[in-house]
Design a protein around this ligand. Sequence first.
Ligand code: FES
Ligand SMILES: [Fe+2]
Length: 399
Amino acid sequence: MSLGGMKDQSPYSLDEVIDRRIYTDEDIFRQEREKIFKRTWQYVGHESELREPGRYRLTTIAGEPYIVCRDQRGEIRVLGNTCTHRGATLVRGSRGQCKAFRCPYHAWTFDLEGRLIGVPIPEDYGPRFRREDFCLTQARVETYEGLIFACLDEQAPSLDEYLGEAAQYIERSCQGKEVIGYNKCLFKGNWKLYQENFGDGYHPPFLHQGMGPAFLSTYEANGEAINLGNGHMLLKYYPPEPQHLDLSKLSAALGIPLTLETMKTTGIINPYPGDYDSVLSVFPNFIVPDIVSVLSVHRLTPLAPDRTLLEITILGDPQDSPEFRQFRLRQSTVWGPGGRAGIDDIAVAEKCQRGFHAKAIATSLMARGSSDERAGMVFNEYTIRGFYRQWRHYMGWSG
Ligand code: FES
Ligand SMILES: [Fe+2]
């Protein structure tokens, strides 16, 4: 299969049209697991969730269950959550603390480094049995600015090389931060629809009307979209000065009277502005929106071509004042299933997925902005084209 299903006389290059089967096809979904999710660095947790030895959280990589834990020596490990005896998962729930992992089935016990340290009635196995042959599997682990990444591919480049230009934006947003909250939901759409949405600066003034259309059109006009290479995307926004907002226009658009004070307390404008806001998307399934003082990391876990788990981890600064911490938590509902913007992004991913049942239209168009640009106005789509170029590279598709 090649990308693009447009007729020969199409004025668009293969870079600019996407075959919609990549969102619906079971076989492509299976190939993505093998060729992308088993070969890329995957976000699996935050160091602040694992402060002491024995703390763990559960995750999956390419559909396989893993335990992310801090061992007795303080190292972070990503261990296969399957007993090497007959397969039972060793721990369940989302997180916890323990001294060792004891299988619920026949009580084989593994230490925090994955070594098998306890087997009931071992003599019945005879002399062939050696404990060291039954350690837990381990993934490669690297951390960057508190974020923990794991990779199943021994041949993959280092995390540093993998992140490339994205690293500086992770550093800018995440340095010294800690986890302050969580949010998660399932949605009935392909994982790539949500990822591409976060590299898409074209939709916000139209889709996110609930955030205030007049505000958004001012806001979005001061943005920039950057293709960072390696499939990573960045949207940069320069928030307007509050005094430049047209309050009467905004009040009319939202149907409520607004003052600068109410806009600050409701989070419509950011009372704690930085020099710019950013939305970083790291290939293939990790997003760091750092916008209107909500810093969060989003991970997409594909469950089926049309079903995705979205996990959002909200970060704050240990130095935050109690008021600012409160503000961050209240603002964090911008994203996720109850969010003022997130709900739109999730709902529209589901709408696109439903739209793909109409088979007469075979492709989606991603042709905004000239194809050789890397950065420019936020309404362009070369960010998304860069994402799909990397997707094709991993999938081994030349077209
Ligand atoms: S399956 Fe784990 S001890 Fe038997
Ligand atoms: Fe959006």
